[in-house]
Design a protein around this ligand. Structure first.
Ligand SMILES: Cc1cc2nc3c(=O)[nH]c(=O)nc-3n(C[C@H](O)[C@H](O)[C@H](O)COP(=O)(O)O)c2cc1C
Length: 147
């Protein structure tokens, strides 16, 4: 069934730890399951200093996606949010995940040289140069990659 989607990138405020990510996922999975939203979240820490990047795919009904986007973009735990792609796809890429999550450790990113700088703020401009399919393929491939 055709489904709407949105992908954005943002910069984390500070350096979220495991408990911070767990809190985001717990709230996300409850809300998303109740609103027909699926997707994937990646957190990539910056190499030095605090900060890092969130890259997130939301899939669902267009109105639900826009409502959730507004909630997420109002969240002070990240800033400098940029929508990379939005549109309609033939089917969900994460149909059994209310919100899949992977931490983008340097080891995991090593298999994806084009995304090696995902955690760095400067990379956000370069991400905008990727096609929507390129970013979606990365999310899917990164999810399926072995540790
Ligand atoms: C990077 C990031 C991703 C998030 N993803 C979701 C999500 O997929 N679904 C969700 O309900 N909340 C998500 N949140 C949490 C929302 O921003 C917000 O805190 C939550 O909807 C509760 O809002 P409220 O405090 O106004 O009730 C995310 C937060 C961050 C920082």
């Amino acid at each position: 069934m055709p489904i709407d989607y949105l992908v954005y990138v943002s910069q984390a405020a500070g350096r979220p730890g495991e408990a911070d990510i767990a809190a985001i996922l717990k709230a996300s999975r409850a809300y998303n399951a109740a609103h027909g939203i699926t997707g994937m979240l990646i957190y990539a820490p910056a190499r030095t200093g605090s900060g890092g990047s969130f890259l997130q795919l939301l899939e669902g009904e267009a109105g639900e996606i826009e409502r959730l986007r507004a909630r997420i973009f109002a969240d002070g735990r990240h800033h400098t949010k940029v929508v990379l792609a939005r549109g309609t796809r033939p089917e969900r890429a994460f149909d059994d995940w209310s919100m899949a999550f992977r931490a983008a450790t340097p080891g995991r990113l090593a298999a994806f040289p084009a995304f090696a700088d995902l955690g760095e703020a400067f990379f956000h401009d370069k991400l905008q140069g990727h096609s929507a399919d390129g970013v979606l393929d990365f999310l899917r491939d990164f999810w399926e990659a072995e540790d």
